[in-house]
Ligand binder design. Structure first.
Ligand code: PRP
Ligand code: URA
Length: 211
Protein backbone atom coordinates (compact mmCIF):
# COMPACT_ATOMS: atom_id res chain seq x y z
CA UNK A 1 0.00 0.00 0.00
CA UNK A 2 1.21 3.54 -0.73
CA UNK A 3 0.19 6.87 0.88
CA UNK A 4 2.04 9.86 -0.62
CA UNK A 5 5.70 8.87 -0.67
CA UNK A 6 5.19 6.29 2.13
CA UNK A 7 5.08 2.57 1.32
CA UNK A 8 3.55 0.17 3.85
CA UNK A 9 4.76 -3.43 3.74
CA UNK A 10 2.01 -6.00 4.24
CA UNK A 11 4.17 -9.14 4.17
CA UNK A 12 2.83 -11.62 6.79
CA UNK A 13 6.23 -12.06 8.49
CA UNK A 14 6.59 -8.31 8.83
CA UNK A 15 3.08 -7.94 10.26
CA UNK A 16 3.59 -10.85 12.68
CA UNK A 17 6.88 -9.60 14.09
CA UNK A 18 5.57 -6.07 14.47
CA UNK A 19 2.52 -7.35 16.39
CA UNK A 20 4.86 -9.15 18.82
CA UNK A 21 6.85 -5.95 19.28
CA UNK A 22 3.70 -4.01 20.12
CA UNK A 23 2.85 -6.37 23.02
CA UNK A 24 3.75 -4.58 26.26
CA UNK A 25 4.74 -7.95 27.75
CA UNK A 26 7.53 -8.48 25.19
CA UNK A 27 10.76 -8.12 27.16
CA UNK A 28 13.83 -6.10 26.22
CA UNK A 29 15.79 -9.03 24.79
CA UNK A 30 12.92 -10.22 22.61
CA UNK A 31 12.05 -6.67 21.57
CA UNK A 32 15.64 -6.09 20.42
CA UNK A 33 15.72 -9.40 18.53
CA UNK A 34 12.41 -8.63 16.82
CA UNK A 35 13.56 -5.10 15.90
CA UNK A 36 16.58 -6.54 14.09
CA UNK A 37 14.56 -9.29 12.41
CA UNK A 38 11.97 -6.82 11.20
CA UNK A 39 14.68 -4.45 9.95
CA UNK A 40 16.25 -7.33 8.00
CA UNK A 41 12.95 -8.28 6.38
CA UNK A 42 12.18 -4.68 5.52
CA UNK A 43 15.56 -3.96 3.99
CA UNK A 44 15.15 -6.99 1.72
CA UNK A 45 12.19 -5.14 0.17
CA UNK A 46 13.81 -1.69 0.29
CA UNK A 47 16.85 -2.87 -1.68
CA UNK A 48 14.92 -4.39 -4.55
CA UNK A 49 16.00 -1.62 -6.97
CA UNK A 50 19.70 -1.48 -6.04
CA UNK A 51 21.83 -1.04 -9.16
CA UNK A 52 23.42 -4.17 -10.69
CA UNK A 53 26.34 -4.54 -13.09
CA UNK A 54 27.47 -7.42 -15.28
CA UNK A 55 30.51 -9.33 -14.06
CA UNK A 56 32.37 -12.27 -15.58
CA UNK A 57 32.60 -15.17 -13.11
CA UNK A 58 34.21 -18.56 -13.61
CA UNK A 59 31.99 -21.33 -12.26
CA UNK A 60 33.46 -24.86 -11.82
CA UNK A 61 32.05 -25.51 -15.31
CA UNK A 62 32.71 -22.41 -17.41
CA UNK A 63 33.11 -18.64 -17.55
CA UNK A 64 29.91 -16.63 -17.84
CA UNK A 65 28.55 -13.16 -17.11
CA UNK A 66 26.33 -12.60 -14.08
CA UNK A 67 24.71 -9.70 -12.30
CA UNK A 68 26.32 -8.42 -9.08
CA UNK A 69 25.69 -5.30 -7.01
CA UNK A 70 27.29 -2.15 -8.42
CA UNK A 71 30.08 -0.50 -6.40
CA UNK A 72 27.84 2.38 -5.28
CA UNK A 73 28.55 2.88 -1.57
CA UNK A 74 25.71 2.25 0.85
CA UNK A 75 25.49 4.11 4.14
CA UNK A 76 23.18 3.23 7.01
CA UNK A 77 22.24 6.21 9.17
CA UNK A 78 20.53 5.21 12.40
CA UNK A 79 18.89 8.08 14.27
CA UNK A 80 20.05 7.72 17.89
CA UNK A 81 19.00 6.06 19.94
CA UNK A 82 16.29 3.76 18.65
CA UNK A 83 17.66 3.53 15.10
CA UNK A 84 20.68 1.71 16.51
CA UNK A 85 18.38 -1.23 17.23
CA UNK A 86 17.92 -1.79 13.49
CA UNK A 87 21.57 -1.68 12.37
CA UNK A 88 22.57 -5.28 13.05
CA UNK A 89 19.52 -6.64 11.18
CA UNK A 90 20.22 -4.48 8.13
CA UNK A 91 23.93 -5.37 8.20
CA UNK A 92 23.03 -9.07 7.90
CA UNK A 93 21.97 -8.31 4.31
CA UNK A 94 24.33 -5.39 3.65
CA UNK A 95 27.50 -6.39 5.53
CA UNK A 96 29.76 -3.90 3.74
CA UNK A 97 27.54 -0.88 4.32
CA UNK A 98 29.19 1.86 6.33
CA UNK A 99 27.36 3.45 9.25
CA UNK A 100 26.95 7.17 9.95
CA UNK A 101 25.20 8.36 13.10
CA UNK A 102 22.79 11.21 13.75
CA UNK A 103 21.81 12.06 17.32
CA UNK A 104 18.36 13.65 17.61
CA UNK A 105 15.97 13.57 20.53
CA UNK A 106 12.52 15.04 20.90
CA UNK A 107 12.13 17.85 23.40
CA UNK A 108 9.60 16.37 25.89
CA UNK A 109 7.60 19.64 26.04
CA UNK A 110 7.59 20.90 22.46
CA UNK A 111 8.18 17.52 20.73
CA UNK A 112 10.54 19.40 18.41
CA UNK A 113 13.76 17.59 17.39
CA UNK A 114 17.02 18.59 19.08
CA UNK A 115 20.20 17.57 17.22
CA UNK A 116 23.22 16.65 19.32
CA UNK A 117 25.53 14.47 17.19
CA UNK A 118 26.49 13.82 13.59
CA UNK A 119 29.31 11.68 12.22
CA UNK A 120 29.20 10.62 8.56
CA UNK A 121 31.59 8.82 6.22
CA UNK A 122 33.51 11.25 3.96
CA UNK A 123 31.79 10.07 0.78
CA UNK A 124 28.25 10.04 2.16
CA UNK A 125 27.12 12.36 -0.65
CA UNK A 126 27.83 9.64 -3.22
CA UNK A 127 26.12 6.94 -1.14
CA UNK A 128 22.74 5.35 -1.26
CA UNK A 129 21.62 6.29 2.25
CA UNK A 130 19.18 4.30 4.39
CA UNK A 131 17.98 6.38 7.34
CA UNK A 132 16.88 4.05 10.14
CA UNK A 133 14.45 4.84 12.95
CA UNK A 134 11.65 2.55 14.14
CA UNK A 135 9.30 5.41 15.02
CA UNK A 136 7.92 8.09 12.69
CA UNK A 137 5.49 10.11 14.83
CA UNK A 138 5.43 13.86 14.11
CA UNK A 139 8.14 13.28 11.52
CA UNK A 140 10.27 16.00 13.10
CA UNK A 141 13.29 13.80 13.87
CA UNK A 142 13.32 12.16 10.43
CA UNK A 143 12.93 15.49 8.62
CA UNK A 144 15.76 17.02 10.69
CA UNK A 145 17.99 14.06 9.76
CA UNK A 146 17.07 14.35 6.08
CA UNK A 147 17.72 18.14 6.11
CA UNK A 148 21.15 17.46 7.56
CA UNK A 149 21.98 14.74 5.02
CA UNK A 150 20.80 16.85 2.09
CA UNK A 151 22.94 19.74 3.37
CA UNK A 152 25.88 17.33 3.07
CA UNK A 153 25.00 16.64 -0.56
CA UNK A 154 23.12 13.31 -0.24
CA UNK A 155 20.76 12.68 -3.12
CA UNK A 156 19.65 9.06 -2.87
CA UNK A 157 17.92 8.87 0.50
CA UNK A 158 15.48 6.25 1.77
CA UNK A 159 13.75 6.33 5.14
CA UNK A 160 13.17 2.96 6.82
CA UNK A 161 10.90 3.05 9.86
CA UNK A 162 8.54 0.55 11.47
CA UNK A 163 5.52 2.39 12.80
CA UNK A 164 4.38 5.58 11.08
CA UNK A 165 1.64 8.03 12.08
CA UNK A 166 -0.42 10.25 9.76
CA UNK A 167 1.21 13.59 10.82
CA UNK A 168 4.67 12.22 9.90
CA UNK A 169 3.46 10.88 6.56
CA UNK A 170 1.90 14.26 5.72
CA UNK A 171 4.96 16.19 6.86
CA UNK A 172 7.50 14.21 4.86
CA UNK A 173 5.31 14.35 1.75
CA UNK A 174 5.53 18.17 2.00
CA UNK A 175 9.14 18.60 3.14
CA UNK A 176 10.87 15.66 1.42
CA UNK A 177 8.63 14.38 -1.40
CA UNK A 178 11.72 12.93 -3.13
CA UNK A 179 12.49 10.56 -0.23
CA UNK A 180 10.60 7.25 -0.19
CA UNK A 181 9.53 6.11 3.27
CA UNK A 182 9.15 2.39 3.99
CA UNK A 183 7.23 1.26 7.06
CA UNK A 184 5.48 -1.80 8.46
CA UNK A 185 2.35 0.00 9.66
CA UNK A 186 0.53 3.29 9.40
CA UNK A 187 -1.17 3.71 12.78
CA UNK A 188 -4.19 5.81 13.73
CA UNK A 189 -2.96 8.98 15.41
CA UNK A 190 -0.75 10.55 18.09
CA UNK A 191 -1.72 11.01 21.74
CA UNK A 192 -1.28 14.22 23.75
CA UNK A 193 2.42 13.35 24.31
CA UNK A 194 2.95 12.81 20.58
CA UNK A 195 3.28 9.03 21.06
CA UNK A 196 1.88 6.85 18.29
CA UNK A 197 -1.51 5.19 19.01
CA UNK A 198 -1.72 2.20 19.23
CA UNK A 199 2.07 2.20 18.55
CA UNK A 200 4.52 0.22 20.62
CA UNK A 201 5.55 2.73 23.28
CA UNK A 202 8.98 4.32 23.50
CA UNK A 203 11.16 2.36 21.10
CA UNK A 204 14.48 3.57 22.56
CA UNK A 205 13.47 2.63 26.09
CA UNK A 206 12.22 -0.79 24.97
CA UNK A 207 15.41 -1.56 22.98
CA UNK A 208 17.80 -0.43 25.69
CA UNK A 209 15.76 -1.30 28.79
CA UNK A 210 15.89 2.25 30.14
CA UNK A 211 12.32 2.21 31.55
C1 PRP B 1 12.00 8.69 19.15
C2 PRP B 1 12.15 7.84 17.91
C3 PRP B 1 12.31 8.87 16.83
C4 PRP B 1 11.41 9.98 17.32
C5 PRP B 1 10.13 9.94 16.54
O1 PRP B 1 13.21 9.13 19.60
O2 PRP B 1 13.20 6.93 17.97
O3 PRP B 1 13.63 9.32 16.67
O4 PRP B 1 11.16 9.74 18.71
O5 PRP B 1 9.32 11.00 16.87
P1 PRP B 1 9.05 12.21 15.86
O6 PRP B 1 8.67 11.62 14.57
O7 PRP B 1 7.92 12.94 16.53
O8 PRP B 1 10.28 13.07 15.80
P2 PRP B 1 13.36 9.91 21.02
O9 PRP B 1 13.20 11.37 20.81
O10 PRP B 1 12.44 9.28 22.02
O11 PRP B 1 14.87 9.69 21.38
P3 PRP B 1 15.60 8.35 21.87
O12 PRP B 1 15.53 7.38 20.72
O13 PRP B 1 16.98 8.80 22.16
O14 PRP B 1 14.88 7.84 23.08
N1 URA C 1 8.95 7.92 19.81
C1 URA C 1 8.71 6.67 20.28
O1 URA C 1 9.64 5.97 20.68
N2 URA C 1 7.46 6.21 20.26
C2 URA C 1 6.42 6.95 19.82
O2 URA C 1 5.27 6.46 19.83
C3 URA C 1 6.69 8.25 19.34
C4 URA C 1 7.95 8.70 19.35
Amino acid sequence: MQVGNTFIFEHPLIQHKLALMRDKNTNTKDFRTLTNELAELMVYEVTKDLPLVEKEIETPITKATFKVLADTPITLVPILRAGLGMVEGVQRLLPTARVGHIGVYRDPQTHEPVEYYCKMPDDVAESIVFVLDPMFATGGSACAALDLLKARGCKDLRMVCMVAAPPAVERIAKEHPDVPVYCAALDECLNENAYIVPGLGDAGDRIFGTK
